[in-house]
Every structure is written in C-alpha cells, then in structure tokens.
Design a protein around this ligand. Structure first.
Ligand code: 3PG
Length: 305
C-alpha cells in the first residue's frame, strides 16, 4: 500500500524516521510530502495514495475527490475539523485521530503563555505570580487534564467546565467542577480554552463571556481560532484595557489586534502547541501504527466518522 504523509508543517525528523520504520516494516511504501506550497502538489501525491497521514492539513471534498484509491486518513493529532468527514464517509474512507498523543505539549505551552502574560511579555516591568491565582478550563479532555496537572504544580486553583465529563472525574483530579459558562468566565483570572471547533462552538466565545472575566483577566486559546467571535473579542479588549488574550491559534484579525492592543495580545507565528519532538513522535508513530493496523485487519478503534 502507498501511505502518503502530507504535512505542510513537518514533523521533527526523528518522528519521520519512526513513522517510516512502522510503515516500511509492515511492507508498505511511504511517500513524504512536506512543506508543500500548492494544492496541486498535494493533489498529485493523493492520486495513488491508499493511506494518508496529515496534521492540520486541509482535506476537503476536493482533495478527497483527487484520491480515488484512498481507504484511510489518520489525523496525527486531536482536532479533525480540517477533514471533511461527510465527503470522506461518502467516499468510503475511514477517518481517525490520535487522541491524547500531543496533549502534554499543548498543555506545557498553555502554562508557558500564562507565565508570559503574567510577566508582561517579559518586558522587564513588574508582573505577578501564578501561585494562588484561579484558572478555569473550558473542557476537561486530554489537554485540559494535563493543563490542570501542571497548573496545580504552580499552586493555581483550577476549575473546569465540561458537560461531557462526569463531575467526579474532574473532582478526582483535584479540580473544581463548574456547570455554567458564565461562572467559569466570571470566576477565574485565567481561562484556558480546550473545546473543539464544531458547528455548535464556532463563534461561541465573544464579548459577553470575555467581559465577565475579573480585573486583569487573561484568556488563553490553544484550541481553535474559530471558537472565538473575533469582533466580540476586539470590543472586549477595547472596553477592558485590563484584559489580555494570548493564543496559539492566530485570529483572522491578528495584525489589527496587535496594533490596537500591543503588549496585551500575543500570537505564535504558526500553531506551535504540538510542535515538540515528543508530540511529533507520539502522534506520528500512533498515526503510522493505526494505519498499519487498519490495513492489517481493519482495526479502526480511533475512527471518528
Ligand atoms: C491538534 O488538534 O492535535 C493540535 O491542534 C495540533 O495540530 P498540529 O498537528 O497542526 O500542530
């Protein structure tokens, strides 16, 4: 089988070596397409691909139509909003993700951004400490749980809202369960977003919620830019000069926000939460193993469509 690894943002070389080993030792062929700069390059590589491993690469209906032999797409990572599930299902293609494999990397970045925000972007002025401060997690999935673990090491008071996670599971982690979004935003100095982008969540965090945050509030977003109502965010930052927004998922109006709110907003140049050697190895090798297992005997434990 030909397995295409198409990553516009490449994995670390050590992860690619591991992926190659998994695929080739199972008798398959690996084609590596990294840092591609046009859809045509991707489409050409898809023409004879039977398996596909991607990161945030957009696999829409058009891309799927260019891949007549494709049987499986594995998103090496958690969020699969980059893949048109309906088109994949209609074409008989299995779609999987690799949940949890890169979550510690994202969680470490969350705390890194929290420290940076608390220290005013390391500009030399007097900041504040995380110890004793409140942190609200919007969702208690794999990333949220890792953020809680690390934040507790900093001495933060952590609470979480997750309608899909039983309150006992949240409590067992030493985290206070919260049942209302307004309570989450009004009760925490830091709020960290860990929800996926779905039709229900897109644009769901805006002016009303953000302005509920207490004085000096810091909103952290390592999830997806789409969950933010960007005009609402701009209005909130305008009316509340004490608020900060730090994100690993650059908003569409990033340049405007950077100009208007210099020192209060921070955006990584490229989504970098999962960009560590460890996360690349974990997610990349998991994706390769899942692909191999699927072709071996149809195993599809992490199927999402
Ligand atoms: C994920 O959903 O797993 C993260 O957003 C990481 O995405 P990336 O593979 O594009 O870095």
């Amino acid at each position: 089988m030909k397995i295409l690894v198409a990553t516009e943002k490449p994995f670390a070389a050590v992860a690619v070596d591991g992926i190659r080993k998994e695929i080739e030792s199972a008798g398959h062929t690996l084609e590596l397409l990294e840092k591609y700069s046009s859809r045509e390059e991707l489409y050409a590589a898809l023409a004879d691909a039977e398996g596909l491993i991607v990161r945030s690469d957009i696999i829409d209906a058009e891309a799927i139509a260019k891949a007549p032999k494709l049987k499986i797409i594995v998103r090496a990572g958690a969020g699969y909003d980059n893949i048109d599930l309906q088109a994949a299902t209609a074409a008989g293609i299995v779609v999987e993700n690799t949940p949890g494999q890169n979550s510690n990397a994202v969680a470490e970045l969350v705390l890194g951004m929290a420290v940076a925000a608390a220290r005013n972007g390391f500009n030399g002025t007097s900041g504040f400490e995380l110890r004793g401060k409140t942190l609200g997690l919007q969702a208690f999935g794999q990333v949220g749980r890792n953020v809680a673990r690390i934040a507790k090491g900093f001495g933060m008071e952590v609470s979480a809202l997750d309608p899909y996670c039983p309150a006992e599971v949240i409590e067992e982690a030493g985290v206070k369960p919260v049942s209302d979004l307004k309570e989450l935003y009004s009760g925490n100095r830091f709020v960290s977003i860990h929800i996926p982008a779905t039709p229900q969540t897109v644009g769901s965090i805006g002016y009303e919620l953000i302005t509920l945050m207490p004085k000096g509030g810091v909103l952290l977003n390592t999830a997806r830019k789409e969950v933010i109502d960007e005009e609402g965010l701009k209005r909130a930052l305008t009316e509340r000069p004490d608020l900060k927004y730090y994100a690993d998922v650059k908003p569409s109006n990033a340049a405007e926000l950077e100009e208007l709110f210099a020192g209060r907003v921070f955006f990584t140049p490229k989504k970098t939460g999962a960009q560590t050697a460890e996360a690349n190895i974990n997610a990349g090798i998991a994706a390769a193993r899942q692909t191999v297992a699927f072709f071996r005997d149809g195993t599809d434990r992490f199927r999402v469509n």
